[in-house]
Structure formats: structure tokens, C-alpha cells
Design a protein around this ligand. Structure first.
Ligand code: UN1
Length: 507
């Protein structure tokens, strides 16, 4: 696989970078393709010892980086974006090979990293503070934003490149350093992203700003979350993991950005455009084999169109090409590993035991030839009598639960009655229902869409969700503020010392 060489992946690799690749002291693991089960390459994990080296180097680099003017920091990020453009195809192939998502989505993921780099470049000239009218004569007030320090990034297997880029590109222009602990299930992509981006910084001795320490959550992850040199930890993954991270970082009063589980629904009302709804549901529920945090897991459909939509979905599912994610014609690749296949089977068993009716799919698939060792499944549609416990949980697999409702109010109540609050969507041609869905009494999610699906957000908006999704926001809009510290300053340019609130003190 020659393309791996072009993004710096060798048969054996170190998983630790601190301005240069250093020898890692942990176990050597092999990264396997979920599509074939075959080994892609080996990498040696870091331990707490290498974590220490990496964080110390990142912190030292931060102390110099914070003095570089933000637009000049943006210029480094611009050059990273250019290098990502040059290596888009190779990186996209690696994402596809290692995470199992189809090649088109692999490319899309690298494009998402390029887009956020572009966004960050513009942002580097727009880290605006405020001026505030002072109540005191001859006084001025202002807010200034300053760099924070080393930002820890914990990323999941399913977006092994883009989610790091959301954090890293923004953190860099904000004047921070980054220390990345990727999922061991997709660590080669982390190596490759570092190989492509860090040389831009290395030229000026700033390579350690993009620290990388592949390792286990129990040692490297724990060291990172406990570390007072890391004022902000941005973590993407399960709610279980996020609660741990939140507790540990919260106990030292550090900051977190948590982007955790989703249980995203599409509501389809009787007046919806069913052609559009169908396409959105397919992309949301089957795309990335249901392994996005934004994947569509619930379809809440009004009685008048339930039967037709169900029929059309069952027909459409039957046409989905399942197979090698690197084949351009494939629409659904494998799940990440055998554990994910088992979790899907368990969820289906629980749903049927509770009265759910499988309308199609759900089984494990054994494909032929090279693909025989892959983790393939048949995407599943289950009609549920009610929103029972299993429907309230996030299962990272292509299971779509269908729930019938009588109208908008019932749909809305059901929609919000789950613990998670990431993404949501409604299909309707009724402007009143659409606007109510987006209003304070509508969707309780961080993302709410009208006449498009739950997944596939653009980078320009703030990304994240409420409730057990963790409340963090990453990527666009003003998410950058979480990566900086705010300073409020009052300047007295007169010759008196008036006190605020008109207080007289010994005058
Ligand atoms: C994730 O699954 O963790 O909105 C991120 C989307 C992508 C990002 C998903 N832009 O589906």
C-alpha cells in the first residue's frame, strides 16, 4: 500500500510525537482494517513516561507560541490546510481503510479538516474582544482574549481526522498547544495527520505544539485528564467516557468540551416531502454504518405517512451496496470491530424482546474473498410500539427505530424524552411546525434542522449538544472562545480614583 508511505506510515511506527517522533515505551499494537481483518501497520503505544515528555514539550512550545501574533499563527494553519489538500486522497484512503467508512466519506472527512483550517485562518484576524462603556468618568473598559495553554484532545475512532482538526486548528490560532490522545482503533490516521501537518510548525521549532501520545485511556488518558498543565480537555466519545473525563477535570476545576452520545431523531409529518425525507434518513441511518454521533437512530413519523415511508425505506435498504469501503460503488462498509457487531445484536434482541418488530436486516453478514474477515452487518429497521429503554440508548450501529405518532405535539414530546441531545431534524412543509421545532419549546438538541437530516453538519456552525451529549461546542461560530481565557480590564486615564457603584471610601 504505497499511499501509506506518502503520509509517513511505515510497517512499524512510534505512536508518540513531541516535535519529533520519539521511541514509545508501551505495547506494540497492530491496526487492522475492519473491512478485511487484515493488518495495516503496527504502532507502539506511549506510556505515562512519554506523555510527560510530550506535555512538557507542548507546554514549552506554548510559552513561545502565545507571543506570535495571531494572524501569523493563522499563516501556519493556512500552510497546514494546503498540505492537507495535497494529501487529501491518501488521507481519505487511510480513514476509509482504518475506520471502515466508505471512501467518499473518508475524503469528506479530510475536506472537513481542510474547511476548518480555512475557517481558522480567517478567525486568526478576528479574535475580537469588546469595549464596554464604563460607569466611571475617564475610565475605559475592555475584554481581551488570551491563549489558554495546552489543550488535550481525546478523539474517537469514527472521525479520526476531522474532530482533531476542529480542535487543533482553532487551538493553534488561539495561541494554544495541542496534545492528542486518539482512539487506539484509528491511531494510524492520527499519525498521518501529524505527519502531514506538523512539518509546517517544525520549520520554526514549533512542532511540539501538535503533540501526539497514542495510548490507553487508563494510563495516557488518565494522565492527561489529571494534568494541571492541561487547562482544557476536549473529548469526543461515549457518555460513559465523558462522565469520567468530566469528573476528573472538574475536580481540578479545569475546563472540558464534551461531545458525547447522540440519539438523533428525524420527525416526518404528514405534509413532508417524502422523497427528500427518504434520502435524508438513508444517509443519516446507513451512512458511516450508523457510527456517527449524529447518525439517525429514531424515525418519529406521523400516522398518515408511516406505512408508505416504512415501505419505501425497506425497499431502499435492499438496494444498499454493502462491502469494501474502498470500492467507489459501496454505500455501507463494516462496523469498526467484532464488539460493535455484538453490541448491535444485543440491541436488536432487547428491542424485539420488548415488542419491537424487525422490518428488515439486523443480521451479521459474511462477505466473500478478502472481505470474509470483515465486520459486516445488514442495516436494520425496527418498528417499536413505544419509545422503550433500548430506544433511549445510543447503539453505535445501523439500527433505525420507527415510532408512530398522531401529530406534532406527540412527536415533539417523544423527541425530547431521551437522555441525549445532540442532533435533530424535522421534515414538514408547515412553517409553523418548522419554527416551533426550532423554538424554545421545540427540539432540546444542540443541532436542529428543517428538511434535511441529522448528520453531516458544516464546520461553520458550533457543533455539540445538550444533556448527556455533554454541552460542549466545537468547530465554527464562536466556539473558539472556549480555547482562550477572557480578561476584563478597566483603565483609569484620569487623575481621580472614583469607585464603582458610587461607593465613598474614606473620602
Ligand atoms: C462525530 O460523529 O463525532 O455532522 C462528528 C457530522 C460530521 C461530524 C460528526 N460533520 O455528521
Amino acid at each position: 500500500m504505497e499511499f501509506l508511505d506518502r503520509v509517513g506510515i511505515k510497517p512499524s511506527n512510534s505512536g508518540v510525537y513531541c516535535g519529533r517522533w520519539i521511541e514509545a515505551g508501551g505495547d506494540e499494537i497492530a491496526s487492522h482494517s475492519p473491512a478485511t481483518g487484515g493488518e495495516i501497520a503496527k504502532l507502539r503505544l506511549g506510556t505515562v513516561a512519554e506523555y510527560e515528555t510530550t506535555v512538557a514539550a507542548a507546554h514549552a512550545a506554548f510559552l513561545r507560541w502565545r507571543e506570535v501574533p495571531a494572524p501569523r499563527r493563522g499563516d501556519y494553519v493556512r500552510r497546514m490546510g494546503e498540505r492537507l489538500r495535497e494529501r487529501k486522497e491518501e488521507l481519505g484512503r487511510l480513514v476509509s481503510l482504518e475506520a471502515g467508512k466508505i471512501i467518499e466519506e473518508g475524503r469528506g472527512e479530510v475536506q472537513e479538516a481542510i474547511d476548518i483550517a480555512d475557517f481558522a485562518v480567517g478567525l486568526s484576524r478576528q479574535l475580537y474582544g469588546l469595549t464596554i462603556a464604563s460607569e466611571r468618568p475617564q475610565h475605559a473598559m475592555r475584554e481581551t482574549w488570551h491563549p489558554l495553554g495546552v489543550v488535550g484532545v481525546i478523539s474517537a475512532f469514527n472521525f479520526p481526522a476531522a474532530v482533531w482538526a476542529w480542535n487543533a486548528m482553532i487551538a493553534l490560532v488561539c495561541g494554544d498547544a495541542v496534545l492528542w490522545k486518539p482512539s487506539p482503533k484509528a491511531a494510524l490516521t492520527a499519525l498521518a495527520m501529524t505527519n502531514v501537518c506538523a512539518p509546517v510548525l517544525e520549520e520554526d521549532g514549533f512542532g511540539a505544539l501538535l503533540g501526539l501520545c497514542c495510548g490507553e485511556g487508563s494510563d495516557v488518558g488518565a494522565a492527561l485528564t489529571h494534568d494541571r498543565r492541561v487547562p482544557l480537555v476536549s473529548a469526543t466519545g461515549s457518555t460513559r467516557m465523558g462522565k469520567l473525563v468530566g469528573e476528573v477535570v472538574g475536580a481540578r476545576l479545569g475546563r472540558t468540551i464534551l461531545e458525547l452520545g447522540g440519539n438523533n431523531a428525524i420527525i416526518v409529518l404528514d405534509d413532508a416531502d417524502l422523497d427528500m425525507a427518504l434520502r435524508a434518513i438513508l444517509f443519516g441511518a446507513v451512512g458511516t454504518a450508523g457510527q456517527r454521533c449524529t447518525s439517525t437512530r429514531r424515525l418519529i413519523v406521523q400516522s398518515g405517512v408511516r406505512a408508505e415511508l416504512e415501505r419505501r425505506l425497506v425497499d431502499a435498504y435492499a438496494t444498499i451496496a454493502i462491502g469494501d469501503p474502498l470500492d467507489e460503488d459501496t454505500l455501507m462498509g463494516p462496523l469498526i470491530d467484532a464488539g460493535a457487531v455484538a453490541d448491535m445484536q444485543t440491541a436488536i434482541e432487547r428491542a424485539t424482546a420488548a415488542g419491537g418488530e424487525v422490518l428488515r436486516g439486523g443480521g451479521r453478514l459474511t462477505l466473500e474473498g478478502d472481505l470474509a474477515g470483515g465486520h459486516y452487518v445488514d442495516p436494520c429497521i425496527i418498528r417499536m410500539p413505544q419509545q422503550l429503554d433500548i430506544v433511549c440508548e445510543e447503539t453505535f450501529a445501523p439500527i433505525l427505530y420507527i415510532l408512530e405518532v398522531s401529530g406534532f405535539d406527540a412527536a415533539m414530546a417523544m423527541h425530547n424524552a431521551v437522555p441525549q441531545g445532540l442532533s435533530s431534524a424535522i421534515f414538514t412543509s408547515n412553517i409553523s411546525h418548522a419554527e416551533r421545532f426550532l423554538s424554545a419549546i421545540g427540539s432540546d438538541c444542540g443541532i436542529a434542522n428543517v428538511n434535511l437530516g441529522t448528520s453531516g453538519a458544516e464546520i461553520g456552525g458550533a457543533f455539540g449538544g445538550e444533556k448527556e451529549t455533554g454541552g460542549g461546542r466545537e468547530s465554527g461560530s464562536d466556539s473558539w472562545k472556549a480555547y482562550m481565557r477572557r480578561m476584563t480590564s478597566t483603565i483609569n486615564w484620569g487623575n481621580e480614583l472614583p469607585l464603582a457603584q458610587g461607593i465613598k471610601f474614606g473620602d
